[in-house]
Design a protein around this ligand. Structure first.
Ligand code: SF4
Length: 688
């Protein structure tokens, strides 16, 4: 641990990792983190990552002073010097190329208040080039759900999962990646007799609780979902009363479904027809059936279309707008929902209103005390689009608490892109792989050092409270962002806040779904959006009588299979990536926790025994995984848990990178890349 003399005082905060939003705080008895009885982890339960969360707060690698590049090296400097350099470099880029030559990466790991201030800074600078890594996980889910339901968020509360009679868990592994949801919300439903269908190319800890496992071929979810819909239609399982009341286009969809050959779709998806029939009947005949969805669905270049196919199932069977039903994306980071809610998106102002809507711009400009014409009207670049434009249309970038050098696809190309910038500024806790490319690195504040709010996966806004001051010369992120906003926009009055509560008050005025919230109200536990001004409480079940866009009815959508971007040759296997319980995203935090590294240190590649035999790979062998984009190595884990023809690796490694292999073909609607299907070749490097 570090040797500074900071005082640590327990204060109720939120785990910095997944989107469950468990309450944690400093524990003086253990000198680490422990759970408190939060609004989600109501018994104070946490997973191994929550326990390890303190390890990053009190870590010797923490950046404690700003760094600037001098003669090729990053060296410590003062805050004044660092911020002067940012102001000067960004000022030159804007003067020469215009504000759209700047790109801002906000952070789904930072608070609503921090993200709100940062998107305000970008927009007052004159650009909508602001995004957060929600782009990389659930942007396709959000796009499809907003299109059909009017709101890109979980339709129901976590409490509702306990009420479900059937759970369709698609492309998600909550037992490992959202452990408190699995243990405290899904398992109680299963114990009460609910049926669970698990759709995943792998057998995981989640599958252990499932009644039916549909071990789909990566990339063929649309075929699988269409086959399920065809069985629902063909076997008379459509909820006719619900569809008559709430759904358009049933007859056309039924014609489409009747034209599908279930055996053919099932074969393409690599799943037995009998299992598909069993799953369709279990889901459609349950009184209350809930869909839980993850990145196995969303991270494809047709991710939005796949989510549309999933929404068809919920609508056909009348599983929307009631307790225990709905479509519930499991969000990846602790504030991935909130960062998007408060406008850290290139096409959306706070509250999800389009930047292209003059009335929305006028409303936000009014809150900010600026002229409507001061706000840019054209949608900006998404994260991956921005990276592709680095060194070309984009000359300067600011990255808050993200690590695109590790987390963006086609990592070799990302490294070159970061180097092509005239000025890269990174604000983070540690010298990350992205910071290695930076011109200025600003030390950030950890979860236990910040005040503010985050919005979890079921739309609950929860308070974070500081347990400590940042170490040495590190400062609170919100203070740094306000300084930057004042300097970069020349409007110091727009960034003159008396702490996070003042930012939140302005944020609620600019963000209609948050309009009725206050710190005083949230302090009683949490407040859930939508929470309009004057309401007594938020809304747990969305779309009860009308969808969030005000419409009573929404259409079914015919969706056809789309081939994955990578063609798979005879010698290729399909790499699909994901997470494990011990580590998180780029590993910037969890790889620095000794206790988590002791639990899992090596990067493994899961490979089926049939493929291992053909390739001469034994369990424990070092293997090389490569394709035209890059290469990496891992330790082979020969296991029947993964489908033949498919291999699985996490993307948590610091180096070498799984994302050296993934492709950057983007979904045309949501611009999410295809992380879940990459053609690779696997070879043994050494045999122990
Ligand atoms: Fe943190 Fe998620 Fe684990 Fe809860 S379930 S302790 S929020 S990582």
């Amino acid at each position: 641990s570090d040797s500074d003399d900071r005082e640590f005082t327990p204060a109720e905060s939120v785990c910095p990792f997944c989107g469950v939003g468990c309450g944690i705080r400093y524990d003086p008895d253990s000198g680490g983190a422990r759970g408190w009885r939060g609004p989600v982890n109501t018994k104070g339960e946490v997973c191994p990552k929550g326990v390890a969360a303190w390890d990053v707060v009190d870590h010797p690698d923490r950046l404690t002073a700003p760094l600037v590049r001098e003669d090729g090296d990053l060296v410590e400097t003062t805050w004044d010097d660092a911020l002067d350099r940012v102001e000067s470099a960004f000022g030159s880029v804007v003067a020469e190329h215009g504000p759209d030559a700047v790109s801002v990466f906000a952070s789904s790991n930072c608070t609503n208040e921090e993200n709100y201030v940062l998107q305000k800074c970008a927009r007052l600078l004159g650009t909508n080039n602001v995004d957060n890594c929600a782009r990389l996980c659930h942007s396709s889910t959000v796009a499809a759900m907003r299109d059909r339901f009017g709101a890109g968020a979980a339709t129901n509360s976590l409490d509702d999962l306990r009420e479900a009679d059937a759970l369709l868990v698609v492309g998600a592994n909550p037992a490992e990646n959202h452990p408190v949801i699995f243990r405290s919300y899904i398992l109680p439903a299963l114990r009460a007799g609910a049926t669970m269908i698990h759709v995943d190319p792998r057998e995981t800890a989640t599958t252990a609780g499932a009644d039916v496992h549909l071990q789909v071929r990566p990339g063929y979810d649309i075929s699988l979902l269409n086959a399920l819909a065809a069985v629902v239609v063909g076997d008379g399982l459509v909820d006719e009363a619900f569809c008559a009341d709430r759904v358009d286009g049933l007859a056309a969809f039924e014609r489409f479904a009747a034209g599908l050959d279930v055996d053919e779709e099932a074969a393409r998806a690599g799943v037995d027809t009998a299992d598909i029939r069993a799953a369709a009947h279990a889901y459609a005949t349950a009184d209350r059936a809930a869909i839980v969805t993850g990145m196995g669905v969303s991270q494809h270049h047709y991710g939005t279309a796949t989510v549309h196919a999933l929404l068809n199932l919920a609508l056909l069977t009348g599983n929307v707008g009631r307790r225990g039903t709905g479509v519930n994306p499991l969000r990846g980071q602790n504030n991935v929902q909130g960062a998007s809610d408060v406008g850290a998106l290139p096409d959306r102002l706070p509250g999800g209103r389009p930047v292209t809507d003059p009335d929305a711009r006028a409303a936000v400009a009014d809150v900010w005390g600026v002229a409507p014409d001061d706000l840019p009207a054209d949608p900006g670049l998404t994260e991956v689009e921005a990276t592709h434009a680095f060194g070309d249309d984009v000359r300067a970038a600011f990255v808050l608490g993200e690590n695109p050098a590790v987390t963006e696809p086609n990592a070799g190309r990302v490294a070159d892109a970061l180097d092509a910038l005239e000025c890269l500024v990174v604000q983070d806790l540690f010298r990350t792989e992205t910071a290695d490319h930076a011109d200025v690195v600003l030390p950030g504040s950890a979860w236990a050092e910040r005040g503010g709010t985050v919005t979890n996966t079921d739309r609950q806004v929860i308070r974070m409270r500081p347990n400590a001051a940042p170490p040495a010369d590190a400062r609170r992120d919100l203070d740094v962002l306000c300084d930057l906003g004042a300097r970069l926009t020349g409007r110091p009055e727009a960034f003159d806040y008396d702490g996070p509560e003042a930012v939140f008050e302005e944020l609620t005025a600019a963000t209609p779904p948050y309009a009725g919230m206050s710190y005083a109200g949230i302090d009683t536990g949490s407040q859930r959006w939508p929470f309009p001004a004057g309401a007594d409480e938020g809304t747990a079940v969305l779309h009860r009588t009308t969808f969030a866009n005000g419409n009573r009815r929404t259409p079914l959508r015919v969706v056809d299979h789309v081939d994955p971007a990578d063609a798979v040759g005879d010698d290729d296997l399909v790499l699909t990536t994901g997470r494990v319980i011990e580590h998180f995203n780029s590993g910037a935090l969890t790889r620095r926790s000794d206790r988590l590294v002791r639990m899992r240190g090596d990067e493994t590649l899961q490979i089926h025994p049939d493929d291992a035999e053909v390739l001469g790979v034994a369990d424990g062998d070092q293997v090389r995984i490569e394709n035209d984009r890059g290469r990496t190595t891992a330790v082979a884990e020969v296991t029947p848990a993964v489908r033949p023809g498919t291999v699985f690796a996490t993307f948590h490694t610091l180096a070498p990178l799984a994302n050296a292999l993934t492709g950057d073909t983007l979904d045309p609607v949501a611009k999410i890349p295809e992380y879940k299907h990459s053609a690779v070749r696997v070879r043994v490097v050494t045999t122990d």
